[in-house]
Ligand binder design. Structure first.
Ligand SMILES: C[S@@+](CC[C@H](N)C(=O)[O-])C[C@H]1O[C@@H](n2cnc3c(N)ncnc32)[C@H](O)[C@@H]1O
Length: 470
């Protein structure tokens, strides 16, 4: 960001953040009234419309919420004693372990089935049913309750909060959390980054990561999953869960009608959810889902389940095709989608994948990269003279992001945790990374493509639209 566009600071940090949080919360309240949304409650027995993957959040409300969460993060950093922050962060591993425990031992399910969901279930009743020590259960549940997952309705009696509803069977949160391996990989991150062999330390190879070190294997994650079909199925459903969360925004925030007469090739399309949603939006477009041999049956099954013999299923073809090999779909009639693909791969592999598409694409073809564009975590203490503010989005129907106010990081700090945490995980399993705009520009240019536009969406990804350089 250009420093000259910034006015000198007018407020102290605390006062600036107080202004931000007031503005954000007032806007949220106003937007709730405008859109007739029900009150938010942590104790609600069912999800709020805002929690549903299908809900399209009005742009001003979306940005107000992003700003509120970013401000809460900054306020927390400002107000919390540093030593307490150290202890909290260094023990955060127990939050993961405890959450894992309550899902896998079906404690969440028991609380979901409670006779009175608002009251919940006592630890003694849970002990009787599950044969787990109620004293130890209390330690775990009270810790998680302080993080907002449960409510202690009376001493030793716990009920689910609204956040915990996402952990119930059939929800995206449940699909995501059941995928094993993150703590194991995290425990080997130090070894990956400080490996005695310098070639390993600076490696960009997909088979020289914390994943190989922690799983005692030479195989890449994808090769290992191929040999572990149950893990592959679970991994595929967590990938699908991550895709589902912003799927509606991806459809609504981009002018897909431009591709109404095209064949869209969903490169590394996984179970095909992106193509399935687009097939419903574009009734004349055709789709080709390409993936590895072992994923194809999962994609076919998913299409069958989700489209159940509808006309749209006739417009979707599924085929085995590695994106590391030359692309057989050639010419102007094809455009290509790469959703959540390139962030899994190091730069040289990404250039190869994109170059294969550049060689196949016609001049009219588009290559749509759907991934995060990482913004820097720089923080300005003064207001930008060309800022887009919450009130500029009043009654807006098209999404555009606001400018971070003073003392809010350019990437909205706490609101950007999801892509940043995924970035660390991807480094640990694949030596891959989430990329900044400069990094995307370099990568795309090396593959013989150029970026035509970057379309932000109401989610952590953007659509980076590319074309072939003639
Ligand atoms: C993170 S998933 C994304 C799936 C899908 N695009 C989506 O957004 O749901 C990455 C996909 O890349 C596929 N993949 C990995 N290596 C591949 C290769 N060499 N060729 C084609 N697909 C591959 C995986 O099987 C997986 O389905």
């Amino acid at each position: 960001m250009d420093q000259s566009r910034h006015l000198s600071p007018a407020l102290s940090e605390l006062a600036a953040l107080q202004t931000c949080i007031n503005q954000a919360l007032n806007t949220i309240q106003e937007e709730f009234d405008i859109h007739h949304l029900p009150e938010l409650s942590n104790f609600a027995p069912k999800p709020h419309p805002l929690d549903e993957p299908e809900f399209i959040c009005p742009p001003r409300l979306y940005e107000a919420r992003r700003l509120a969460l970013a401000t809460i993060g900054q306020l927390r950093n400002l107000l919390q004693r540093p030593f307490e922050k150290v202890v909290e962060q260094s023990t955060a591993v127990y939050e993961t372990a405890c959450l894992d425990f309550v899902v896998k031992t079906s404690i969440v399910d028991k609380l979901a089935e409670a006779e009175d969901a608002a009251v919940g279930v006592s630890v003694l009743a849970l002990q009787n049913e599950l044969d787990i020590d109620s004293v130890k259960l209390t330690t775990v549940l009270r810790y998680l309750a302080a993080q907002g997952w449960f409510r202690e309705s009376a001493e030793g009696v716990f009920a689910l909060t609204r956040s915990a509803l996402e952990l119930r069977q059939g929800n995206n949160g449940r699909n995501w959390i059941l995928t094993k391996g993150k703590p194991k990989v995290a425990s080997a991150l130090m070894q990956q980054l400080t490996h005695p062999d310098r070639a390993w330390r600076f490696s960009r190879q997909t088979d020289q990561t914390a994943f190989q070190l922690s799983h005692d294997t030479d195989m890449t994650l994808f090769a290992w999953l191929k040999q572990h079909p149950d893990e592959l199925r679970q991994w595929a459903s967590s990938v699908q869960a991550m895709g589902d969360v912003h799927q509606r925004s991806l459809i609504v925030d981009f002018k897909w009608q431009r591709f109404a007469q095209c064949t869209l090739v969903d490169v590394g399309g996984g179970q095909g959810n992106m193509s399935i949603s687009l097939a419903k939006t574009l009734p004349e477009a055709k789709f080709v889902i390409q993936d590895l041999e072992e994923v194809i049956p999962l994609a076919k099954q998913n299409i069958q389940q989700r489209l159940q013999g509808s006309e749209a299923s006739n417009r979707i073809v599924v085929e085995v095709q590695s994106f590391l090999d030359p692309q057989p779909r050639i010419g102007d009639e094809y455009s290509f989608i790469l959703r959540h693909i390139l962030h899994n791969w190091p730069d040289d592999a990404c250039v190869k994948i994109l170059a294969n598409l550049a060689a196949a694409a016609g001049t009219k073809s588009r290559i749509l990269i759907i991934d995060s564009v990482i913004t820097l975590c720089t923080t300005f203490t003064s207001r930008s003279t060309q800022a887009t503010e919450l009130d500029d989005l009043r009654a807006a129907t098209e999404y555009r992001p606001i400018t971070p106010p003073p003392y809010i990081p350019s990437n909205f700090g706490a609101s950007a945790m999801m892509p940043l945490a995924l970035g660390v995980h991807l480094m640990g399993v694949l030596n891959a990374l989430e990329r900044t705009m400069n990094e995307w520009n370099r990568l795309v240019a090396q593959a013989g493509l150029r970026i035509v536009a970057v379309h932000p969406i109401r989610g952590m990804e953007s659509i980076i639209e590319c074309e072939v350089v003639c």
